[in-house]
Write a new protein. Structure first.
Lengths: 220, 263
């Protein structure tokens, strides 16, 4: 088939783009998820300034479209004397975006752990960081996993936006091929297949993870 | 008890017993607990009974600061705290929680940990026990509560009665001086509740100092040395179990006992 040979021809040049997309997504999640957890914990901190800082970063991160955030950082940072590669800029913007949304999912997860668990931890001498890490957090993470997985997918797909600041990721490679061959539809269909199939594989893996995380709750 | 209330007792003289004096708690203008006094000798079992809303659980939870009392003093097993509407300093709070073991109405086992881990984790973190030491203690306690074969199970696999017995084992693992029970059988059907009461009875026989908020009148009468009746945030009366059950002095107590015994 014509299309298949065409696609096979393009794959070698799309491959590096996909790699960049995956790196961009991976790094954004790597920084964004812990950042989200930090924001979530700060949001319920006793110290008011911590709450404000959390509020500031979360509301901007959620309030602005990722595309706007990307552009703002790309054009403002050099003016502030900070010159970063477009890849680094994209990682920062998407990490912020990830952190802002993830904080809400972590917050929901933490709030869903029954108060009795905290009380049992306290009366068992597991207070402070130990109690949080050993008792509360594991239970919260299990609850937050499905929405966080959904967010990871959104960020993977959102990484295509980095195309606008010249990050050589999958979408920009596809555009490149399109502009040379004028087979725009064909190359974008291939790109869609790549994004879609990777997403499905990832969600399948998350399903397995969820089952593992919930194993202890099964009654038989 | 040779201690009079109102004077500040030296903490060291109170080891192994409970002295609560003038304990009270208010939320703004709302007074939920007022002037509760209680002294217990080592090995004594006191049941706290009374209608809902009487402040029984609030009183019990003030003793390990799950609720923060606003006035009064608490001495338990060498830990001494003067209430002031906020958490005491870390050392006092740790000490207080260290000498008290708590059993909740809803068990509150850690669902993501096995039974063994539920019992060993506090020992390892609080006492610094090695894994082997902690497991040895846990196995002994599992035998004591009649569940030696459940070490590897997760709480969700256990019945309510089994979960509560594990919760008792978990609390005992830190060798508390006083065990606090907050309606330990209220979430269980009457038959299953018996297996938990049996474990508590054994514990009392072994000389554990116990304070039990309960609606189990037979347990209160047969196992506890004294019964404290609470109503409306205060103590209505306190006395030897037989006496409180058969000749209650307070009118409200009579009314309450009639309601629970005549059903």
């Amino acid at each position: 088939m014509d299309v298949i040979t065409q696609w096979l021809d393009w794959l070698p040049s799309l491959g590096p783009g996909l790699l960049v997309s995956l790196q961009l997504t991976g790094l954004s999640l790597l920084f964004g998820f812990p950042l989200g957890l930090l924001f979530a914990v700060m949001a319920s901190a006793k110290l008011l300034p911590l709450q404000w800082v959390s509020f500031f970063f979360v509301e901007i991160g959620r309030g602005l479209p990722a595309l706007v955030l990307l552009y703002l950082m790309y054009f403002s940072l050099p003016d502030a004397g900070i010159t970063l590669t477009s890849f680094t800029t994209a990682v920062i913007a998407l990490s912020w975006n990830t952190g802002a949304y993830a904080s809400e999912y972590f917050r929901a997860g933490l709030a869903a752990v029954p108060l009795g668990q905290k009380e049992a931890a306290l009366t068992s001498g597991l207070r402070g960081w130990t109690g949080f890490r050993m008792i509360i957090l594991p239970q919260a993470l299990r609850i937050s996993t499905p929405p966080l997985a959904g967010l990871a997918v959104l960020i993977f797909q959102g990484s295509a936006l980095a195309f606008v600041i010249a990050v050589p990721e999958l979408m920009s490679k596809a555009f490149e091929i399109g502009s040379i061959t004028f087979e725009y539809l064909s190359v974008y269909v291939l790109t869609a297949v790549i994004y879609g199939s990777l997403t499905l594989v990832f969600l399948g893996l998350v399903r397995v993870l969820e089952m593992r995380l919930g194993r202890h709750l099964q009654r038989n | 008890m040779g201690l009079s209330f109102g004077t500040k007792a030296p903490p060291t003289a109170l080891s192994g017993e409970v002295v609560v004096s003038g304990l009270g708690k208010s939320y703004g203008a709302a007074r939920v607990l007022s002037d509760v006094n209680l002294s217990m000798n080592e090995g004594e079992v006191v049941s706290i009974i009374g209608p809902s809303g009487a402040g029984k659980s609030t009183f019990l939870r003030c003793l390990n600061y799950l609720e923060i009392p606003t006035e009064g003093e608490i001495s338990i097993g060498g830990a001494h705290v003067v209430a002031g509407g906020k958490l005491p300093d870390k050392a006092s709070l740790d000490h207080l929680r260290r000498v008290t073991g708590m059993v909740f109405q809803s068990f509150n086992l850690f669902p993501h940990l096995t039974v063994m881990e539920n019992i060993t984790l506090p020992q390892r973190k609080v006492l610094g026990s090695s894994k082997e030491q902690a497991e040895e203690v846990a196995n002994k306690l599992l035998k004591q509560v009649g569940l030696p074969d459940k070490a590897k199970a997760y709480p969700a696999r256990l019945s309510g009665g089994q979960q509560q017995r594990i919760a008792i084992a978990r609390a005992l693992a830190l060798s508390p001086k006083v065990m606090l029970f907050d309606e330990p059988t209220s979430a269980l059907d009457p038959e299953i509740g018996l297996e938990v009461l049996a474990v508590m009875r054994d514990l009392a026989d072994e000389g554990m100092t116990m304070l039990v908020v309960t609606h189990e009148m037979h347990f209160a009468r047969d196992v506890s040395n004294r019964i404290m009746v609470m109503g409306n945030g205060g103590v209505l009366e306190i006395g030897p179990s037989e006496q409180v059950m058969s000749e209650p002095q307070n009118e409200r107590t009579r009314q309450f006992l009639k309601a629970v015994l005549d059903r």
